[in-house]
Design a protein around this ligand. Structure first.
Ligand code: GDP
Length: 676
C-alpha cells in the first residue's frame, strides 16, 4: 500500500505544502504533493508528525533518528515515484543475496530462506498477514521478510519482462530490409474516403486469377509498379487515434481526402491535427475532380492556411487531384505515396522476432479470428503468439482475399486462427518461444486485469506537471476548445504569458464547440490535457475521459487557466478530493492476535469492506478513530474485500481500542476533475 503526499496531508489535517516542507526537513525525497510514500514511510511520518504536533515545537528529527527510534532497518525506499516494488533499491552490504523470480509462494520462499514454512507462517501472522503454504506472497512482503532475516532479495525478471526485453532489442542494421508503407485515409465525412479506398483496391487487385473475394480484415495490400502498399481500411482520424491511444502507432503516411467541390471542413482540420500530433506525414488527395464545381485552386489556398503548402506553390505538401468515381489521378496518388514512403526509408527485419499489432478481432464459428499487422519478423504457421491477455498457436493464416497463406512478412495484414480469445484492437502481439511461456504470461495478464478492474490509466494531468518537470519533461500538450473564435485567441494569448523556460506549451488541436470524444482520444493518444473555455463536454466524451484517465478542465474565467498552470508548475495545485462511502460493518466480538493487535470479528451490514481502504470507527455516533483497514480475513484466508451480509475479521492499523458494538465505516477518496 502506498499513499500520496496530499492524501497523507489530508489525514493529518495539514496543508500539503506544509507536509511537503516537513518531509523535506526529514530528508524524505519527495518531489510534489503527488509523490507516493510507501506504507512504512507514511507510518513513520505519521508517528513523527503527530508526536511533533503534540509537542508543538521540537526540531525535526532526521530519517535515521526516526528509524533508530523504531529499532528497525531502513524503510524499503524513502519515497517511491511509481511502484514500491522497484528492483533498484540499494543492497545492504554483507548480507546473503538471493534471487527470486516472482510470483512466489510461501513454501518456495521458506525453502529459499532456509526456514520452516510453519515458522514463516507464524512470522507473517505476527504481522497480521494470514497466508497458507501455497499462497503467493507480494514482493513487498518478501522483501521485508528477507530484510528481517538478513537477506538481500534481488528480483529476477518475469517471463513477460524477458519476452518484452527480446522484442525491445533493435534489429541489426544489416538485417533491415525495405518494407511497404502503411497508409490511413482521413478527411471530412462524405469527402470520399471509402470510395477512394474501394477505387484503389479494385484497380490494383493482385491475385485476380485466384478469384478470391475481398474479406474485411482491417487492411489490404496492393501492388503498384512492383511495390507493395498496405492500406488500413477503417478510414478516419477516430480509428487512427483510438489505435494510438492503445499504444499502436502503425500508420506511416496519412492520405488526407478533401473533396475539391467542398474544400477544407472542420473534420479536415481535426484530421490534420491528429496526424500532426502523431508526427505522420500527409499526402493530400483532392477528390471529386470529375465534378464541375471542383475548385483545386481554392483547396490549395485553404491548405496553405493550414500550413500544408502545396509543392507547386513552393511548399512541401504533395497534393494530387483524383476522382474515386472515374479513377483519374489514382495512379499519380499511388506514385506519390511510394515517393513519400521512399523518403521515409521504412525498414524492418523479416528475420528477427515476430511482433505487430492487432487490427481487429472477432469470435467466429471456427473460434476467435484476429487480424494482425506484422511490424517485424515473419509470422509462420505454428508460431506461438501472445496478444494482450490471450495466447495461441497459429493454426491458419489468410490474406485479405481470403487466400490461405503460410507466412506473413512485415507490413502484411493477416487474419489468424488459433488464439484462445479475441484481443482488443490496438493490442501489441508478440511471438513467444514456447507455449508454456505464452500461457503463463497470458494467465498473469488476465489475473492482473481482473485485479485492476476498470481503473483508468494515469495520463497527463496538471496535478502531475511539477513532478513530470522534475523528471525532465518540458512540454505540456493541450487540446483546446472554446465557444467562439475570439475566446480561442484570448486563451492563447494568456497561455503565451507562461514563460517558455518554465514549460513549453504545445497546442495539439484547437477548435470551436464542446469537448468531444475525438478531443479526449487525441489527448489520450498524445498524453495531453484538455482545456475548455466557456464550453461543455458531451456525455460520451465525459465517460471516455473517465475511462482513459484524461484531465479535462473547463474554465469560465480566462485568468484561471493561467493561475492553474502557474500553480501546477510549482507543484502546488491540489486535486479536489471527495469521499465515497464503501461500506459499514458492525463489530460483534474482539480477538487479540499476537503482534497483529486487536481484530474485530464483524458483520458487514452495508456495502463492502475493502482491505487497505481508509476507515473510521464510530461508537455511539462519535468518531473514535480514523485509520486504515490493515487486515481483512474470511475465516483463515486473507481477502481483498467482504460483501454485505458476510462475517469477517477486521484489523485497523495503529488501533487497539476496538470494542464490540463499534461501527467500522469504510470509504475511498476519489479525485474529481475540477469544474467538470
Ligand atoms: P466518406 O464519408 O469520406 O467515406 O465518403 P464516401 O466514400 O462515402 O463518399 C461520399 C459520397 O461522395 C458518395 O455518394 C460517393 O459516391 C461520392 N463520391 C466519392 N468520391 C467521388 C468522386 O470522386 N466523384 C464524385 N462525383 N462523387 C464521389
Amino acid at each position: 500500500m502506498s499513499i500520496r503526499v496530499h492524501q497523507l496531508a489530508k489525514e493529518l489535517n495539514i496543508p500539503s505544502a506544509e507536509l511537503l516542507a516537513k518531509l523535506r526537513a526529514l530528508k524524505v525525497d519527495v518531489k510534489s504533493h503527488m509523490s507516493v510514500l510507501n506504507d512504512e514511510v507514511a507510518r513513520l511520518i505519521k508517528e513523527e508528525l503527530t508526536a511533533k504536533i503534540r509537542k508543538a515545537a521540537a526540531p525535526p528529527k532526521s530519517k535515521e533518528a526516526v528509524r533508530a527510534k523504531r529499532g528497525k532497518e531502513a524503510p524499503a525506499a524513502t519515497a517511491v515515484l511509481d511502484k514500491e516494488t522497484k528492483a533498484a533499491e540499494p543492497a545492504i552490504k554483507g548480507r546473503k543475496k538471493i534471487q527470486i523470480k516472482f510470483p512466489f509462494n510461501l513454501k518456495e520462499l521458506a525453502v529459499r530462506l532456509s526456514i520452516k514454512p510453519s515458522e514463516l507462517i507464524q512470522n507473517l501472522i505476527s504481522e497480521g498477514i494470514f497466508v497458507n503454504i501455497n499462497q503467493l506472497i507480494s514482493q513487498e512482503t518478501v522483501k521485508r521478510i528477507g530484510d528481517q532475516l538478513g537477506y538481500n532479495i534481488e528480483r529476477l525478471p518475469t517471463e513477460e519482462e524477458k519476452v518484452l526485453e527480446i522484442h525491445s532489442q533493435p534489429s541489426a542494421i544489416a538485417k533491415l530490409q525495405p518494407r511497404p508503407p502503411i497508409v490511413t485515409l482521413m478527411g471530412h465525412v462524405d469527402h470520399g474516403k471509402t470510395s477512394l479506398l474501394d477505387a484503389i483496391r479494385k484497380s490494383n487487385i493482385v491475385d485476380r486469377e485466384t478469384g478470391g473475394i475481398t474479406q474485411h480484415i482491417g487492411a489490404y495490400e496492393i501492388k503498384f509498379q512492383d511495390k507493395w502498399v498496405t492500406f488500413l481500411d477503417t478510414p478516419g482520424h477516430e480509428a487512427f487515434t483510438a489505435m494510438r491511444a492503445r499504444g499502436a502507432n502503425i500508420t506511416d503516411i496519412v492520405v488526407l481526402v478533401v473533396a475539391a467541390d467542398d474544400g477544407i471542413m472542420p473534420q479536415t482540420i481535426e484530421a490534420v491535427d491528429h496526424a500532426a500530433a502523431a508526427k505522420v506525414p500527409i499526402v493530400v488527395a483532392m477528390n471529386k475532380i470529375d465534378k464541375p464545381q471542383a475548385n483545386i485552386d481554392k483547396v490549395k489556398r485553404q491548405l496553405k492556411e493550414l500550413n500544408l503548402i502545396p509543392e507547386d506553390w513552393g511548399g512541401k505538401t504533395i497534393a494530387v487531384g483524383v476522382s474515386a468515381k472515374t479513377g483519374k489521378g489514382i495512379d499519380e496518388l499511388l506514385e506519390m505515396i511510394l515517393l513519400e514512403s521512399e523518403m521515409l526509408e521504412l525498414k524492418a527485419d523479416p528475420t528477427g522476432p515476430v511482433r505487430g499489432v492487432v487490427l481487429e478481432s472477432r469470435i467466429s464459428k471456427g473460434g476467435p479470428r484476429a487480424s494482425l499487422l506484422i511490424q517485424s519478423g515473419t509470422l509462420k504457421m505454428g508460431d506461438v503468439i501472445l496478444a494482450g491477455e490471450f495466447w495461441g498457436k497459429v493454426k491458419a493464416m489468410f490474406n485479405y482475399r481470403g487466400k490461405q497463406i503460410t507466412k506473413a512478412e512485415p507490413a502484411t495484414p493477416v487474419e489468424v486462427l488459433g488464439l484462445l480469445g479475441a484481443p482488443e484492437a490496438g493490442e501489441k502481439f508478440y511471438a513467444v518461444g514456447s507455449e508454456s511461456t505464452a500461457k503463463e504470461i497470458a494467465e498473469k495478464r488476465q489475473l492482473s486485469l481482473k485485479e485492476k478492474g476498470l481503473q483508468p490509466p494515469r495520463k497527463a494531468s496538471l496535478e502531475d506537471l511539477h513532478q513530470k518537470i522534475t523528471q525532465g519533461e518540458q512540454e505540456l500538450r493541450i487540446v483546446l476548445k472554446a465557444d467562439v473564435q475570439g475566446s480561442l485567441g484570448a486563451v492563447k494569448s494568456v497561455l503565451a504569458k507562461i514563460p517558455s523556460q518554465e514549460i513549453k506549451l504545445t497546442i495539439l488541436h484547437e477548435g470551436i464547440g464542446d469537448v468531444t470524444e475525438s478531443d479526449v482520444m487525441l489527448a489520450s493518444a498524445s498524453d495531453a490535457v484538455v482545456f475548455g473555455f466557456h464550453v461543455g463536454i458531451d456525455s460520451r466524451a465525459a465517460a471516455r475521459a473517465k475511462v482513459e484517465g484524461i484531465d479535462v478542465r473547463i474554465y469560465r474565467i480566462i485568468y484561471e487557466i493561467y493561475e492553474e498552470i502557474k500553480k501546477a508548475l510549482e507543484g502546488m495545485l491540489e486535486p479536489k478530493l471527495q469521499e465515497v462511502f464503501l461500506g459499514r460493518a458492525e463489530v460483534r466480538q474482539v480477538f487479540k492476535v499476537s503482534k497483529a493487535g486487536m481484530i474485530g470479528g464483524s458483520f458487514v451490514v452495508k456495502g463492502k469492506i475493502v482491505r487497505n481502504a481508509p476507515c473510521r470507527v464510530l461508537r455511539a455516533n462519535e468518531v473514535v478513530h480514523k485509520g486504515r483497514i490493515s487486515s481483512l480475513k474470511r475465516f483463515k484466508d486473507d481477502v481483498r474485500e467482504v460483501e454485505e451480509g458476510f462475517e469477517c475479521g477486521i484489523g485497523i492499523d495503529n488501533f487497539s481500542g476496538i470494542q464490540a458494538g463499534d461501527l467500522i465505516e469504510v470509504y475511498e477518496i476519489e479525485e474529481i476533475a475540477r469544474k467538470l
